[in-house]
Design a protein around this ligand. Sequence first.
Ligand code: ZN
Length: 125
Amino acid sequence: MQARRDQDFFWEGIDRGELLVQTCDACDTIRHPPQPRCAACGSDAWRAEPLSGEGTILAFLESVHPSRRDEEPRCVCLVELPEGIRMVSSLLDPENAANGAAVRFEITEYDGQKLPLVRTAGGGQ
Ligand SMILES: [Zn+2]
């Protein structure tokens, strides 16, 4: 049996269509990235809580592979969530990339893997 890794619950949630975050059972502190113990109180007890799925772009860049370029521009962005944590994601509508833009997470299949990608509020579907 393979040992469970701290982040397994996150990817199992993504597979079910849920964006989850590790939350301390003892003091309710959010832990992201996932960790075996709470940095605030030292407890190893935790639960998975759903995130709102909303966020704001703090920074972004166009990622270009030096030899195997994507057909479409790939915009990597740092997203600040209202829960007080930050996640790195890719923007589904890179033409709308802007610092401070409101985004929403969409669990999207990419190359056979479900990923939490983001789209701006004005980006349509
Ligand atoms: Zn704690």
